[in-house]
Design a protein around this ligand. Structure first.
Ligand SMILES: [Cu+2]
Length: 274
């Protein structure tokens, strides 16, 4: 009987003890551990700058950023691709009577690449990180034509406008997200403009009224200018529902809903613009 009591009393006592430990010992000890673990950070905050605290904060931030980027990099994404068939009539050149036109050759053709369209997501995916790297792009002035005729860039991009002709040019934009006037400048010179607001920029030359171009400024990177045969591709699109837009010269604009499935993968979307 004694042996039974001994055998069964001990475990009971242990259970009782451990229960008491949970209520009286373990919790305060854990709380103390948490308080101790927290104290260096709060101390460094209270004392001001502390190299150890800063290193700890930096390490935490870097770890969090790495984890977030790794998670994003590993998450499946989709590719939207297709073709834009432009069937509308060629644009009529906006010829303004201008004394500066005297001496320039007449009968200008529409820009060769007027069929190039821009395909883009109407709004950026909520799961995407913004691309903050400053970019640089070029819109050349060659044979009294802006090359390319259509340029698509992200906000913060600086666009160079070199003059590759033997005559003077004067690039300007009157309205839109970034009005500017670069003044007249000679062959071989270049001037630049930084675009910090999203929108459509109409570019003209003050000397040659037949020169015009478009710069589309986006606050995300989900866009593409179609190739010579009308093809486009928008990569690394996070899963979700979007509105896809095909745009040509501001004259035609068509949109359609598009879904990137959770597992990612390619999604085809063709447009016919009339
Ligand atoms: Cu010009």
């Amino acid at each position: 009987m004694i042996s039974w009591r001994l055998r069964f009393k001990m475990p009971l006592r242990c259970i009782r003890l451990s229960a008491r430990e949970i209520s009286s010992r373990t919790v305060p000890r854990r709380a103390a551990t948490v308080a101790q673990g927290f104290s260096p950070a709060s101390a460094s905050v209270a004392q001001g700058f502390s190299p150890a605290g800063a290193a700890w904060s930096c390490a935490t931030l870097i770890a969090a950023a790495l984890l977030a980027s790794t998670t994003l990099a590993q998450a499946p994404t989709g590719v939207i691709r297709g073709r834009v068939d432009v069937r509308r009539t060629p644009p009529q050149l906006e010829r303004r009577p201008n004394v500066n036109d005297l001496g320039t050759h007449a009968g200008h053709e529409p820009p060769q690449d007027w069929r190039r369209s821009v395909v883009y997501l109407e709004s950026a995916p909520s799961r995407a990180f913004p691309d903050v790297e400053p970019q640089r792009a070029t819109m050349d002035q060659r044979n009294e034509t802006f090359v390319p005729h259509v340029l698509a860039v992200t906000v913060g991009t600086t666009v160079d406008f070199p003059n590759s002709d033997s005559t003077y040019h004067n690039v300007f934009s009157l309205r839109g997200p970034r009005p500017f006037d670069l003044g007249r400048y000679a062959a071989g010179k270049s001037k630049s403009v930084r675009f910090d607001r999203a929108g459509i920029v109409r570019v003209f030359c003050e000397i040659h009224s037949h020169m015009s171009a478009f710069i589309l400024v986006f606050n995300h990177r989900y866009f593409d200018v179609t190739s010579a045969d009308g093809r486009y591709q928008i990569g690394r699109v996070p899963p979700g529902r979007y509105t896809l837009v095909a745009w040509n010269e501001g004259a035609v604009r068509e949109s359609r809903p598009i879904v990137i499935p959770e597992e990612g993968g390619p999604v085809e979307a063709d447009f016919t613009l009339r």
